[in-house]
Design a binder for this molecule. Sequence first.
Ligand code: DC
Length: 230
Amino acid sequence: MQARNDAPVLAIDGPSGTGKGTVGRLVAARLDWHYLDSGAVYRVFAYMADDNGISHHDIDKLTDFSRNLRMSFAPDPSAPAIFCNDLDLTEAIRTERCGELASLYAAVPEVRSVLLDLQRAQQRPPGLVADGRDMGSTVFPDAEVKIYLDASAEERARRRYKQLKEKGFDVSLARLRQEMGERDRRDASRAASPLVVAADASRIDTSDMTIVEVVDAVTRLVETRLDALR
Ligand code: DC
C-alpha cells in the first residue's frame, strides 16, 4: 500500500464566501478523494474553548485544554459531519458568531500548532482535498496542486447571505459584509500562518463563475498536474 504522505493533495485557500467548501467537497467527490474542511477544525476548537469559558488570550489554559480534545470527521465528503469528544457539532459550528470566534482563536500560534498534526493526518490515499487559509502555504506546502479562490467582497457577502438565509438564520447583508471584511482582514494580517496566495498557487476569480464551472476548472487542473507527474 502507498505510504500515507505519498497521497496527492489539492490545497484550496481563499477568504470566506468564495465557495471553497462547496467546490472542495464536489471536487473530492468527483475524484473520490478525502476532504478536509480546516475551517471546521478551527470552528470546533473555538466552540469548545468558548463553551468552557477559556478566552483566546489565555494561552496556558488553551494549551492544556487542547490536550483533551478528540475531533473526528465523517469519511463521506458529501455528508461532512464533525464530532468532538463524542458531541456532534456539525450544525452548531456554522453560525457567524462561531466563524468570528474561530478567526480569533486561529490567530493564536499555539492553537495553530496543536491543530497542525490533526490536519496533516487527513492526508491519505487515494488523495486529499484540503480547504482553508494556509493549506498551500503551511499545512501542505508540498501539495501537488494549489488553488487560491477569490471573488469580489460584494459577491462573497451575497453568497454567504444566501447560504445563511437558506439555513434559516436572520442576517443583514450590510452587517454581514462588514463582519466578513473584518474577519478577512484579521485572517490575512495575523503573524501566524496568515491567509496568503502561495507562490505556486493558481488564482481563480469565481465572481462570475458558476459552482459547476469552478469545479470543472479545478478538476482539470488536478488531472493535468497528476498526468504531468506520472
Ligand atoms: O472557512 P471558515 O469560515 O469555516 O473558517 C473560520 C475561521 O477559521 C477563519 O475566519 C479563520 C480560521 N481558519 C484559519 O485560520 N486557517 C484555516 N486553515 C482555516 C480557517
